[in-house]
Ligand binder design. Structure first.
Ligand code: HAM
Length: 418
């Protein structure tokens, strides 16, 4: 029997990992400039945490969680990072330690979705959570940071959509207005939307079913029924984005699939990478009530999750950055032992070094050095070793010179610095 990876879960082999590291490093560098520090949380949480935060009526909790039972505990593989961050924040009483907390995380998330290009069951997110600042300025700063980040990653043709879902009072008003609009059309809705009509009618607005798309045409806009303080907050976000010159579109139809959002929600999409309907690279928003609902302090919060799988599909296929390689080809048994020590010396000096330990012919070793795209090759033979010298071959300039064995490491460092 041959084993296969689990459906929707992919291996990332070393020749692709360089691109992943580039994206992750660029993300870290960028968000750290904005004051975010890294948080690492377990991959498993109590299932109930997601029921209470992500929400009972969200697709994630309804259908997509990988759950497992152990003894009396029901656990779930994390489908997103925000609930874990909130749990850790509350558990450590962070609000008593600092007024504003800025955390970021990078790692795998799990959702049992139907796999397709840009949609997997184990996928990777890089996310930020900012807890303790409820003002509109940080919302605009976050959206602008994401535009900067995607630009740094070479992702072009990016559009940012922004909306406000208001607070509970605005939401209740909007729910009534939307129900009054949709109820007379209930028969024309998809079965899924008919069910949503009672438990979460806002979600019908972002249904992809053509029947629902038709039914919601001309629906009232939430922006028209926002309470004055929610309206002022949203105007503040737009004003700050205008001041920064960040391009964005106000999108009243943007509702997002997680139950915890309040006020600002946003998405960044790109037409790059042939992602079709999976072209949302980043999504996020405010969750000003979630911490309190989880038994913590009343603290406003905002965050986003960036889908790394999708960002990689949408970013240019540049070669991975790796430091230059020095290849060592020993010829003979004594040479092999000398090469082993020399390789260690080079690595101590920070040079990426690969030693050919197979005892093969010079020709085959040089072929291997070529395949690895080594910059330099050190040829060490038993007879030359007796004379205290080795051959230093520059594989880019196609030159070769003899160097004293004891100076070889120095010479390699000097060559690579050029
Ligand atoms: P989300 O919209 O569920 O939000 O996911 C954020 C991003 O993760 C998506 O826009 C997409 O790029 C990526 N993503 C989601 N599901 C998949 C999948 N199955 N395969 C590949 N990529 C996927 C959240 O997760 C929230 N925690 C974001 C947030 C943080 N809101 C506030 N703070």
């Amino acid at each position: 029997m041959q084993f296969r990876a689990v459906k929707g879960m992919n291996d990332i082999l070393p020749d692709e990992v360089g691109r992943w590291q580039h994206v992750e490093n660029t993300f870290r560098r960028t968000v750290e400039l904005y004051g975010y520090a890294e948080l690492r949380t377990p991959l498993l949480e109590q299932r109930e945490l997601y029921v209470r935060s992500t929400g009972e009526t969200s697709e994630i909790v309804e259908k997509q969680m990988f759950t497992l039972e152990r003894g009396s505990e029901v656990l779930a593989l994390r489908p997103e990072g925000t609930p874990s961050a909130a749990r850790a924040y509350i558990g450590r009483s962070m609000h008593a330690q600092e007024p504003v907390t800025r955390w970021y995380y990078i790692g795998p998330m799990f959702r049992a979705e139907q796999p397709q290009r840009g949609r997997y069951r184990q996928f990777y997110q890089a996310g930020c959570e900012l807890i303790g600042d409820g003002g509109p300025i940080v919302d605009a700063e976050m959206i602008d940071m994401l535009a900067e980040l995607l630009r740094a990653l070479g992702v072009t043709d990016v559009s940012a959509c922004v909306n406000s879902l208001g607070g509970p009072a605005s939401r209740a008003r909007y729910r009534d207005a939307l129900l009054a609009f949709l109820r007379p059309k209930a028969e024309a809705l998809s079965d899924h939307a008919k069910k949503r009509l009672e438990d979460n009618p806002l979600r019908i607005l972002d249904s992809k079913d053509p029947r629902d798309r038709e039914a919601v045409k001309g629906a009232p806009s939430i922006l028209d029924v926002l309470e004055p303080d929610d309206k002022a907050h949203f105007e503040g976000v737009c004003r700050a984005l205008d001041a920064l010159g960040t391009p964005y579109r106000v999108a009243p139809e943007l509702v997002r699939g997680l139950d915890y959002y309040t006020r600002t929600v946003f998405e960044l999409t790109s037409t790059m990478g042939e992602l079709g309907s999976q072209n949302t690279l980043v999504a996020g928003g405010r969750y000003d009530n979630m911490l309190e609902e989880l038994g913590g302090p009343k603290m406003p919060a905002i965050g986003f999750g960036m889908g790394l799988d999708r960002v990689l599909l949408a970013s240019p296929q540049g070669p991975a950055e790796r430091s230059p390689l020095c290849f060592i080809a020993p010829i003979g048994e004594r040479a092999m032992l000398a090469a082993l020590a020399l390789a260690r010396d080079l690595r101590r000096r920070g040079i990426r070094t690969e030693l050919d330990g197979r005892g093969n012919s010079v020709k085959s070793m040089l072929r291997r050095a070529d395949t690895l795209q080594a910059r330099l090759c050190l040829l060490i033979g038993d007879t030359e070793l007796e004379q205290g010298v080795i051959q230093l071959k520059d594989l880019r300039g196609h030159t070769q010179r003899q160097v004293p064995k004891d100076d070889a490491a120095e010479e390699v460092v000097r060559e690579l610095a050029n």
